[in-house]
Design a protein around this ligand. Structure first.
Ligand SMILES: Cc1ncc(C[n+]2csc(CCOP(=O)(O)OP(=O)(O)O)c2C)c(N)n1
Ligand SMILES: [Mg+2]
Length: 352
């Protein structure tokens, strides 16, 4: 591992960090919660409960660490892969399940400032730079954190977003989860750049690398990046992690992944096992912790699945309802009428 990659697990004791036992336990608990969510969501998809699901197994530590670094008023711009980050941030599991089941309105309007998850690669990056600029114009001091993958850094939107942020001192943190793959394309064939972090240089902002399978290292690096962004210096953070599963439930990695890649062990190892072992060695959890955290997560998941299953099915004509809601918008009129008789989109309000 390069000396420039920040890490705590395996290198330092908890006492030599800015974190305490509660912080470590909170991280481990959320990694367990989000791992259980991922496993359950995959199983639900397999039995036809939802049409597709993008698993994030292996990336929980990066996402939980970033979520725990954010302030309540910081704005999150997630992708389809960032569900652990959203859950650790406070988005209800049932909202994510409902969105995946086709209820588009559960994509947004959460109690925490979280934008809809982006599927068009990198499209959310200029939005987040713009949101940071808006915070400056409004004289508010929250920051934006935008998630994306290694593949997204080959898109024009990535470069435009970083350029705007650098020029306009936007309080935006660009959080790249480098999981080694963009669907079937390995990182080495995605970009000839030495790293993702180095791409920040071109835009006059800082770029840093962190061990993305170490939640406390990610939390420390992202917290510093957010503080710097709030002072007008945006940062690109490259969290080095690994996509252990398929790209989505429509993908078969055995078609393009031949054995273990040539990456260091810390990057390939399961972040849950690795962090749990470290927490035990540091004396912050005992042998029962994982079992209790798993039971709590299972209960939360059972409630979330029940909530999602209780949502009334949509009428066929609802597919034409817009999802935008204007302030003061009124309930949608009778469903499925002829297009010419539908109201202007601004007057619809979807009921939850
Ligand atoms: C603009 C655009 N081009 C292509 C795609 C198809 N696509 C979906 S995911 C993906 C790979 C993204 O890889 P990466 O940015 O590394 O994110 P990861 O899936 O690994 O989290 C591509 C090309 C898309 N969704 N949007
Ligand atoms: Mg990737």
């Amino acid at each position: 591992m390069s000396d420039d990659v920040t890490r705590i697990v395996g290198e330092r004791d908890l006492d030599d960090t800015r974190f305490d036992a509660d912080d470590a336990r909170a991280a481990l608990r959320d990694i367990v919660r989000t791992r259980r969510f991922d496993e359950r969501a995959l199983a639900l998809q397999r039995r036809g409960w939802m049409s597709g699901y993008p698993p994030y197994e292996g990336q929980e530590a990066a996402q939980v660490g970033a979520a725990h670094a954010m302030r309540d008023d910081d704005h999150l711009f997630p992708t389809y892969r960032s569900n652990a980050l959203q859950i650790a941030r406070g988005v209800p599991m049932s909202d994510i399940l409902l969105f995946r089941r086709g209820f588009a309105e559960y994509h947004s309007d959460h109690d925490v400032p979280v934008f809809p998850q982006a599927v068009p690669i990198a499209s959310q990056i200029p939005h987040a730079a713009g949101a940071g600029m808006a915070a400056n114009y409004a004289d508010e001091d929250w920051a934006a954190l935008v998630c994306f993958g290694d593949g997204a850094t080959s898109e024009g939107d990535f470069h435009e977003g970083l350029n705007f942020a650098g020029v306009f001192d936007a309080p935006t943190v660009f959080f790249c989860e480098n999981n080694g793959w963009a669907i079937s394309l390995p990182r080495e064939r995605q970009t000839a750049s030495d790293s993702i972090a180095i791409k920040a240089d071109a835009y006059g902002i800082d770029g840093v690398q962190v061990d993305g399978n170490d939640p406390l290292a990610v939390r420390a690096v992202v917290a510093d990046a957010l503080a710097s962004a709030r002072d007008g210096e945006p940062v690109l953070v490259e969290a080095l992690t690994y996509r252990r599963g398929a790209h989505t439930t429509a993908d078969d990695p055995s078609q393009y992944r031949d054995g273990e890649p040539d990456l260091p062990e810390w990057r390939l190892r399961d972040p849950l096992d690795r962090f749990a072992e470290w927490c035990e060695a540091q004396g912050v959890v005992d042998g029962d912790f994982l079992e209790a955290a798993t039971e709590d997560a299972n209960e939360e998941l059972a409630d979330a699945v029940e909530t999602a299953e209780d949502a009334p099915p949509r009428a066929r004509g609802d597919v034409r309802l817009p999802v935008r809601v204007a302030p003061g918008g009124r309930p949608a009129p009778a469903r499925g009428g002829p297009a010419g008789r539908r109201r202007a989109p601004e007057t619809y309000e979807l009921e939850r």
